[in-house]
Design a protein around this ligand. Structure first.
Ligand code: NAP
Length: 548
């Protein structure tokens, strides 16, 4: 390839253009996949809904949006020159800097020439006879491609709350994912925030000092821990650059590709004093150390988990002045780390400000959004602005929003109706020539995501190279391989506290019809084991797939 036979034969009057590969999405995954496939000499087109590159970091412009992985562990690792020339300014970079970085990558590698912006893919249908996909955009434009790669992100299908009257509010209102590009003025405004996940926490702590009045509507509190962000000094910058090879080697070995590795000790194998001292140390350390580098059993043994949750509860009580508010902010229905841990900076102190109040929507439920504010079961509030930090139809939602049809016209949404069925989290039987970066059942959504994206992309690139070299025009996972992988996913999840609570990671979203049953959506065996599995499949010549 470029598959000249395909390109010449398949151009027909009803479509605009034919490619070897179409990639959906120009975020971190789509950009890197484009770079790699261009190296193979394939003709590639990327369709991107936004007007610029960056995916998550293009859309999430809400106040306070920033990394909670260390910046230097998050950037691409594939180019030494890029690593050398880019200076991260903070240990946990803000969204503006990350978006600047991704634009720099797009310019440096001249990626834009293959990306079509403002182009939302609405449908993709596999044509069995021609062994190719027909991809349709929102505006009706159609394209043909031999291979189709989705890089649509696990958290890109934003959801507004299913509350009466959402569209009736006359003030300003935003979902955090759809934050405007223009500056938003908070001075003197009466602002409501609905949602207290990782996004809500970042918004609340950032705008609390700026607004006239802030009311937070919380349904479920989360176990938030300090981020401890700071600027990177010149000395640190040099060390980071010199240490890149060793750091990336370490990231290949940790379960989630973070620079934090599980402590091999069990919670009850140390004395109470040692335990307290260790937890105090973790609480003062930056980033996810407290989640990822804790005792080995904190996320699996309910007793250890309860003990550590009590430790964090004490911290919340120390930091929040009003004991009633502190109790409201302490999760009671799930243990620490069993949902994504929001990383905070003075989040709890925001509730000590006189103009910030907290409403528990489980006690006083939101009845409706009115023209002027929010009506709960016991009060009516007036606002100038409502911010919806209400999250996403995660992992499978972005797939559901595109009409994928595989062999025999079968819809992917129907194939996954009882939960996703995949092979390696990278493909689904009956959807030939289609690959899903960061798809369900893939290690990447429990990962420092660019690290797992690079793994996904490199594996896919290997398959594309094999297709090019061996003249393969169709591949598919066998139903047996899919069943076996899906069973493996279920087995790995057994005994994990993380899969036993409601959250986006277990497929729960009260705002989406049918998303009320917990599913195992993620590979829980850790990135190194996942990589080994994928590599073994490639080394065996993709034996568990049918290649023709
Ligand atoms: P989320 O964790 O799903 O949180 C959504 C929030 O909205 C929850 O508090 C939820 O309450 C609430 N909510 C939803 N519908 C509601 C309704 N109808 N009434 C009342 N409350 C409602 O979403 P998110 O905060 O956007 O975060 C999603 C993920 O994005 C994170 O877990 C993280 O992986 C990622 N993220 C990453 C970063 C970063 O890397 N720096 C930053 C932000 C987010 P319930 O909990 O009761 O459902």
């Amino acid at each position: 390839m470029p598959d000249t036979q395909l390109a010449a034969a398949d151009l027909d009057a009803t479509t605009n253009k034919t490619y070897d590969t179409i990639i959906i999405g120009a975020g971190i995954a789509g950009m890197y996949q484009l770079y790699r496939l261009r190296e193979l000499g394939l003709s590639v087109r990327v369709f991107e809904t936004g007007s610029g590159v960056g995916g998550t970091w293009y859309w999430n412009r809400y106040p306070g949006a920033r990394f909670d992985s260390e910046s230097y562990t998050y950037g691409y690792s594939f180019s030494e020159a890029l690593l050398e020339e880019w200076n991260w300014s903070e240990h946990f970079a803000p969204q503006t800097e990350t978006l600047r970085y991704l634009n720099h990558v797009a310019d440096r590698f001249d990626l834009r020439r293959n990306i079509q912006f403002d182009s939302r893919v609405s449908a993709a249908t596999f044509d069995e006879t021609a062994r190719r996909w027909e991809v349709t955009l929102d505006n009706g434009e159609r394209f043909l491609t031999r291979f189709l790669i989705t890089a649509i992100g696990p958290l890109s299908a934003d959801t507004l709350p299913r509350i009466l009257g959402v569209s009736s509010f006359r003030g300003q209102s935003f979902h955090t994912y759809r934050w405007p590009h223009e500056a938003v003025d908070f001075a003197g405004k009466r602002v409501a925030v609905i949602g207290t996940g990782a996004t809500g926490v970042q918004v609340i702590q950032t705008i609390a000092p700026l607004v006239g009045q802030l009311t937070v509507f919380q349904r479920t509190p989360n176990w938030c821990t300090p981020l401890h962000n700071r600027k990177i000094t010149e000395e640190e910058q040099k060390k980071i650059k010199a240490g890149y090879p060793a750091m990336f080697e370490l990231l290949r070995r940790t379960p989630g590709c973070y620079i934090h590795n599980t402590d091999p000790r069990g919670t009850f194998e140390v004395t109470e004093e040692e335990r307290e001292a260790f937890w105090e140390k973790l609480y003062s350390e930056p980033g996810f150390a407290i989640w990822m580098a804790n005792f080995r059993d904190v996320l699996t043994d309910p007793k250890a988990n309860t003990l550590f949750s009590d430790f964090i509860a004490r911290k919340i009580r120390q930091r929040v002045k009003d004991p009633k508010v502190a109790e409201m902010l302490i999760p009671k229905c799930h243990g620490f780390g069993t949902r994504r841990v929001p990383q905070e900076t003075h989040y709890f102190e925001a509730y000590n400000l006189p103009h910030v109040r907290l409403v528990d929507t489980r006690k006083t439920s939101i009845e409706r959004i009115t023209e002027t504010g929010i009506k709960t079961s016991d009060a009516e509030y007036e606002f100038d602005m409502i911010i919806y930090a209400t999250g996403f139809d995660a992992i499978t939602g972005a797939f559901d929003r595109i009409e994928f049809r595989g062999t025999g016209g079968r819809r992917l949404k129907d194939h996954w109706a009882e939960g996703p069925k995949t092979f390696l989290g990278l493909m689904s039987a009956g959807f030939p020539n289609m690959l899903t970066i960061v798809g369900p059942h893939n290690a990447s959504t429990r990962c420092n995501i660019p690290r797992c994206i690079e793994q996904n992309v490199d594996w896919i690139t290997g398959l594309m190279r094999a297709a090019r070299d061996r003249g393969i025009t169709r591949f598919d996972a066998t139903p047996e391989a899919e069943t076996e992988w899906s069973r493996h996913i279920e087995e790995l999840a057994d005994g994990m506290l993380y899969t036993q609570v409601d959250s986006w990671a277990t497929g729960i979203n009260s705002n989406v019809e049918g998303k009320t049953v917990r599913r195992i959506l993620q590979y829980q065996g850790g990135a190194p084991a996942y990589r080994e599995r994928c590599d073994a499949v490639a080394a065996a010549g993709y034996a568990s797939m049918v290649l023709t």
